[in-house]
Design a protein around this ligand. Sequence first.
Ligand code: CP
Ligand code: NVA
Length: 330
Amino acid sequence: MVDLQGKDFLKLLDFGREEIEAFLTRAAELKEKKKQGIPVDHHRGKNVALIFEKTSTRTRCSFEVAAHDLGMGTTYLDPAGSQIGKKESIADTARVLAGMFDGIEYRGFEQSIVEELAYYSKVPVWNGLTNEFHPTQMLADLLTIREHFGYTEGIRLSYLGDARYNTGNSLMVACAKMGMHFTACAPKKYWPAEELVHICEELAEASGGSIRLTEDVMEGTKGADVVCTDVWVSMGEPDEIWQERITDLSPYQVNRAVMENAGPQAIFMHCLPAFHDLGTKIGEKISEKYGISEMEVTDEVFESPQSLVFVEAENRMHTIKAVMDLTLGG
Ligand code: CP
Ligand code: NVA
């Protein structure tokens, strides 16, 4: 029997496959209930704190909508609007907030910060993205894969781009835990840290999955069921890095040739936001400076029927709701 009550949700490495399945199953139930208009609000009277030291659209909205659906109140602490880390330590913040709230979400920089917050908090802490991991995104991705293919076991997932940051690392862990076949297609310097690769190789051996790292896009995406990518420059990274990233990662763009190489069964996924056209301020700036109008994914692939990015985005809410529900004793 899986019991998740009182647990923190800091990274998928902390959970067994059955527990991850339990989050997904609960998310699917909650999604179905929401679609049928059946309220699930048995957490009435509780309150959650949402700390965002980096900006967000999906994660913030998911936590807020999910909390309200569950009957809970929310307090949003924006990147500038609290004392955290500046006038007040993480340890003190954790103890203050845990006295007022039933759960705390944290999005920010190093994983060690959210781990410290959880250590000092007597209520569950949920990781809304750190430099190293993005575990709530993984539940949404796994749910999307499960809905589309009917299962996750044995799915071949290829990730193109910066594979050593939050999304790449987390996808590797998710695949290793779930018996999926993970391939990172990237220049060597963007491969995940060796230590994490070793941990994932061991997990994959136990789960029936596998881990592969390659610089060869065509070899790495041949026959993939899921082709994933992420932005080339992540939140908190300096603007000066754009030139280097464009040079290094342009050969790893997800375009028609990559999707055709994967095959007609392949779906495209992206945690979003994505640079696939000139519809953003940063996109325009990059286009003026470097003369490119698309980055990690072409507009053609992004808008194609193979692209499930908006289903994936919606699933953020249902899976985050499941995380709060089960860890708060749903
Ligand atoms: N995918 C994701 O985490 O999006 P936000 O940055 O908008 O929350
Ligand atoms: N790697 C991206 C993910 C955004 C959801 C970032 O950290 O900015």
